[in-house]
Ligand binder design. Structure first.
Ligand code: F6P
Length: 339
């Protein structure tokens, strides 16, 4: 469960908060720039100084900091990627790395930090806030949409639309040639992108880490459904699906059905780029404003989330430790429609 908050329109500055840091971490996601813009301008409006930390935790360790003015975040709301750049830092996972990062924050006079990223980024924030006296506020930014406590993560909708666009095109070739396409979608640990894109594209089979029984559906489709209908089909597989991604699945399909014309398409990082959708921009903006409001309210170690369209605050320890709930309803629908 999450706790709802009221966003204060009359936010006032508590004396001890003077300078905040903001950074992006982990995989980039469309809409991160919209969040940076909202964080920066809301903080400036509340007379806070803003420091952009470049290249995620690695940049924090190395003191790769830049002051952010309102003009620095102008014209970025429509851009994919992140103007602050991002990284996955191994050094930050060590106590020595975190100590270096802490010293850099102290030297720069940064009192609190807004981190825009996913699970790994929030785990780092939680660890550091427990070791040192500094507030971290998380804004969920990942195309996987797999964070506990929020219905939505920045970048997910844009990525979903990119997948749907790509698979629609692949479908044209599948139908024209009478082929089976096995399309691999991102999501190391979560199948939400695969599941929803599969529904939106009318995929014949969807393979995701959250459900093993779909492999039986694949067998049935290849043995019965496929032969009795048109000789083409789209199988969507999440990269994290057991027992393997699209290449592994294609080997098995070719071995068991040498008569089939099978192709593999791994969509890869095309899913992470591009201009954010309107919703990604709007939600990133709302979350950015809410993150600064939370800091002004003296909040520590929380993630901003969205619950049924409302801004909520979720303790970081819950956001990183609990699993995102998986709704089996869509899988049932997919089975029902693929008779
Ligand atoms: O977490 C976002 C994500 O795109 C996952 O879906 C994917 O498994 C992973 O990042 C890929 O990360 P990288 O770009 O570092 O290889």
């Amino acid at each position: 469960m999450t706790d709802t908050i009221n966003i204060r329109s009359d936010s006032y500055k508590k004396p001890k908060l003077r300078k905040i840091g903001v950074f992006t971490s982990g995989g980039d996601a469309p809409g991160m720039n919209a969040a940076i813009r909202a964080v920066t301008r809301t903080a400036l409006a509340n007379k806070l100084k803003v420091i952009g930390i470049r290249r995620g935790y690695q940049g924090m360790i190395e003191g790769d900091f830049m002051p952010l003015r309102s003009s620095d975040v102008s014209g970025i709301i429509q851009l994919g990627g992140t103007i602050l750049k991002t990284a996955r830092s191994k050094e930050f996972r060590t106590p020595e790395g975190r100590q270096k990062a802490w010293l850099q924050l102290q030297n720069a006079g940064i009192d609190a930090v807004v981190v825009i990223g996913g699970d790994g980024s929030f785990t780092g924030a939680l660890t550091m806030s427990q070791e040192y006296n500094i507030s971290f506020i998380g804004i969920p930014g990942t195309i996987d949409n797999d964070m506990y406590g929020t219905d939505y993560t920045i970048g997910y909708e844009t990525a979903l639309n990119s997948v749907v666009c790509a698979v629609d095109k692949i479908r044209d070739t599948a139908v024209s040639h009478g082929r089976i396409f096995i399309v691999e979608v991102m999501g190391r640990e979560a199948g939400l992108l695969a599941l929803n894109s599969g529904i939106a594209c009318g995929a014949e089979v969807i393979l995701i880490p959250e459900s093993k029984e779909q492999h039986e559906a694949l067998k049935r489709f290849l043995e019965k459904g496929y032969k009795s209908r048109e000789r083409s089909g789209i199988i969507i597989v999440a990269e994290g699906d057991e027992p393997g991604g699209a290449l592994k699945i294609s080997e098995e399909v070719r071995r068991d059905h040498p008569e089939l014309d099978v192709r593999v398409s791994i969509l890869g990082h095309i899913q992470r780029g591009g201009s954010p959708t309107a919703n990604d921009r709007i939600n990133a903006t709302r979350m950015g404003v809410a993150a600064i409001d939370a800091l002004l309210d003296d909040q520590k170690s929380i993630m901003i989330g969205l619950d049924n369209g409302k801004i909520v605050q979720v303790p970081l320890n819950k956001a990183v430790k609990l699993n995102h709930s998986f709704n089996g309803e869509l899988l049932q629908i997919q089975k029902l429609l693929n008779i």
